[in-house]
Write a protein that binds this ligand. Structure first.
Ligand code: NDP
Ligand code: KPL
Length: 307
């Protein structure tokens, strides 16, 4: 019998990967709340995607109807929804359940381990540019999305490989990683730098980099983020760092971070998870981060205005 998979968060990320896996025949159930359930019942779960549009009729469950443990929980809520989500999906966690979080940043790993035990929590990360439109459809743009999963300890076990094989489908690539914490740090450096570039300058990568001082600014932000990774014991490989610099200094790039897109819509942002936690780690290692401090301040003011 195949694994029972609960996707927690039928939004831009979980909805995309979950729908793709469901269309490949995996046993996928989405944990949803009232409003999203009604929307998905009425319209289906619709993907508008560079990898091909699709609409599925998703299998859904509300928190009070969870009927026992699932084998895998794919977690894709925003960081500020994590505590409430953990309370909601707790009945789906049994002694053998593995939780694969796709949140950006790192601090959710400790929060999840405190609640469900370290053995339940795998490492995970994803590359996807997606958002929900006004009708609740998932709009994915750009290159083929990718999901990476692995044991936090880096062990290569048949069980972990099976989970990676299970979390697969058309319309995205899956990587089984034996260095998932490094992958998560690599992604965090990229994302914190991208978030800082876009949020501080209120523009796309290309809009910033095509200004005279833009590339130097982008490089300085990346350097700050990367130096925190070094101090934390997860230095980026030269090729990874070069790739990040190249991606974030392209003058014709329309890339933005999901945090910036949220900010433009006046929505809550994951400032604490993506920037605040990185600044905290920088202070702990005495790494100076004047540009990230500015982003942190900028986003705190935004959050205060939104209260
Ligand atoms: N979007 C992107 O391009 C990328 C995002 N990420 C990361 O992925 C994570 C998820 O982001 P994203 O998918 O964009 O966010 P979205 O806001 O699009 O989706 C989050 C979903 O979680 C649901 N949710 C929250 N709490 C609960 C709960 N208690 N029970 C059930 N559902 C719940 C929300 O449902 P409801 O409608 O009920 O509020 C919403 O549909 C973030 O950490 C983000 O940084 C990573 C890579 C790219
Ligand atoms: C860096 C990027 C665009 C890639 O997935 C992302 O994670 C985000 O915007 O949240």
């Amino acid at each position: 019998m195949g694994s029972r998979i609960l996707v927690v968060g039928a939004g831009a990320v979980g909805g995309y990967f979950g729908a793709r896996m469901a269309s490949a025949g995996h046993d996928i159930t989405f944990l949803v709340r009232e409003r999203r359930q009604q929307q998905l019942r009425a319209e289906g779960l619709c993907l508008i995607s560079s990898a091909g549009d699709a609409t599925i009729r998703p299998q859904m469950v509300m928190a009070n109807k969870i009927d026992g443990p699932y084998d895998i929980i794919l977690l894709s809520v925003k960081a500020y929804s994590l505590t409430a989500a953990m309370n909601d999906f707790a009945p789906a966690v049994g002694p053998l359940t593995r939780i694969v979080p796709l949140l950006n940043g790192m601090q959710h790993l400790d929060i999840l381990a405190d609640r469900f035990g370290p053995a339940a929590i795998m490492g995970g990360t994803c590359f996807i540019v997606s958002k929900l439109d006004a009708q609740g459809r998932i709009v994915q743009t750009g290159t083929l999305p990718r999901l990476s999963v692995g044991e936090q300890a880096g062990s290569d076990t048949p069980a972990a490989r099976t989970i990676a094989q299970t979390l697969s489908g058309p319309g995205f690539g899956t990587v089984f990683s034996t260095h998932i914490l490094q992958d998560m740090w690599d992604k965090w450096v990229l994302l914190a730098a991208l978030g800082s570039i876009c949020c501080l300058m209120r523009g796309t990568v290309g809009e910033v980099s095509s200004q005279p001082a833009g590339k130097a600014f982008a490089r300085a932000v990346i350097h700050e983020c990367a130096s925190i990774a070094v101090a934390a014991g997860y230095p980026l490989r030269d090729a990874t760092l070069k790739g990040t610099v190249s991606l974030l200094t392209k003058t014709d790039s329309t890339l933005t971070s999901s945090m910036f897109r949220d900010l433009l819509q006046g929505a809550p942002v994951e400032a604490g998870q993506i920037i605040g936690d990185l600044v905290k780690r920088a202070r702990a290692h005495q790494v100076p981060t004047p540009l990230l401090d500015l982003t942190d301040l900028n986003l705190r003011v935004y959050e205060q205005q939104s209260e």
